[in-house]
Design a protein around this ligand. Structure first.
Ligand SMILES: Cc1cc2nc3c(=O)[nH]c(=O)nc-3n(C[C@H](O)[C@H](O)[C@H](O)COP(=O)(O)OP(=O)(O)OC[C@H]3O[C@@H](n4cnc5c(N)ncnc54)[C@H](O)[C@@H]3O)c2cc1C
Length: 329
């Protein structure tokens, strides 16, 4: 039997696996099934909850490797990487899958270097081909799709959120939990202060099924409230172009694109965004793209499924009202 297909758990820091784990574990379960193996989860946390462990089992993890210690919070790559590398050395997994999140982007790259293994970062498809795994990932800002495979195991890959189909949940599945003992490495970075983000009540950008995004066309930070009003009605997250972020209108964590977040929601609505290649790199795999721009020649219309040529200051409030009416019905 091939080694297990591991999924590195991304959690909300409160002991609950994030929504993207349904996709990562769903994919691990599907691939492991094709190779006669099983999906397992590896969870480093300072706080695992019974509900979180149960959820991992229901999402397909036949076993959960749990490393629970205060040393793992907050995340520091130099503490997490040796733990994962040591376990991988002992257990010889076939593959290690993670999600494209801020910390797993770094963690998986570190782990690949430590194991001398290959990493397909930001994968949008994985397929078993005989004894091999073939990954697809966008390159050159999404202009090309590269297919790649690995020279040796373990096969490491991070999966773009909202692209992979979540697996069928198995309600009632009970987790088999292994708690290997480990001496966590000393952190090179000292944790100074945590500042909690003020809750917006809106979903997180990379996990949201709908994203409303604003660019320079918004003309100022005060006008983002127009997009927030729309987002509240349709349950969307609010993102921004780099022009809006560079102008100081939104913090960098809301930036979509090559030097920001990569998103793949079911619906992307772009207001006053021209559609520069670097912006498209972060959102072109969205399932449905709708652009609102007063310039009919704006490049974003070339990739948009729906386009509205108009003034966003008129269109956005109209859309908000219409969605409100429709959704109240
Ligand atoms: C190395 C590098 C990395 C980069 N990384 C990123 C990145 O990660 N993300 C990113 O977004 N960009 C990135 N950029 C910048 C990118 O090239 C563009 O400059 C940027 O995306 C432009 O942002 P924008 O579309 O908001 O602004 P603009 O290009 O100025 O477009 C504004 C649009 O708003 C429209 N508009 C104006 N008023 C209205 C109105 N009232 N109603 C409707 N429409 C209106 C205009 O017609 C125009 O199309 C990067 C650039 C470089 C060189």
């Amino acid at each position: 039997m091939a080694g297990a297909f591991w999924s590195v758990v991304e959690d909300d820091r409160q002991g609950n696996p994030k929504k993207v784990m349904a996709e990562v574990l769903g994919e691990a379960t599907r691939l492991a099934g094709e190779m006669g193996s099983q999906a397992e989860a590896v969870w480093l946390t300072d706080k695992a909850t019974p509900e979180g462990l149960k959820l991992l089992a229901e999402l397909g993890a036949k076993r959960v490797w749990l490393f629970e210690s205060a040393a793992f919070s907050p995340y520091r790559g130099e503490v997490w990487t040796p733990v994962l590398a040591e376990l991988a050395g002992k257990e010889a997994p076939q593959a290690i899958l993670g999600a494209v999140t801020t910390r797993q982007r770094e963690l998986m790259a570190r782990l690949a270097a430590r194991l001398g293994a290959g990493l397909s970062a930001d994968s949008t498809a994985l397929a078993v081909d005989g004894e091999r795994l073939v990954a697809t990932r966008p390159v050159y800002s999404g202009k090309l799709l590269a297919k790649m495979t690995w020279a040796k195991t373990p096969w490491l890959a991070t999966l773009r959120p909202n692209v992979f189909r979540p697996g069928d949940a198995q309600p009632g599945a009970a987790p088999q939990v292994d708690r290997p003992s480990v001496a966590a490495a000393e952190a090179a970075l000292k944790f100074v202060e945590r500042r909690e983000e003020s809750a917006t009540g809106l979903p997180e950008l990379t996990e949201a099924e709908i994203v409303v995004s604003g660019g320079r066309g918004l003309k100022g930070p005060e006008n983002f409230v127009i997009l927030e009003n729309l987002a509240k009605v349709i349950g969307a997250a609010v993102g921004a172009s780099r022009a809006a972020v560079d102008a100081g209108w939104r913090p960098h964590r809301f930036q979509i694109g090559q030097t920001g977040r990569t998103i793949s929601p079911k619906l992307y609505l772009g207001f006053g965004i021209s559609g520069a290649i670097q912006h498209l790199a972060g959102m072109r795999t969205s399932k449905v793209i709708c652009a609102i721009n007063k310039d009919p020649e704006a490049p974003i219309f070339k990739i948009a499924d729906y386009g509205i040529v108009g003034d966003l200051f008129e269109v956005a409030p109209l859309l908000t009202e219409e969605f409100k009416k429709l959704l109240e019905k």
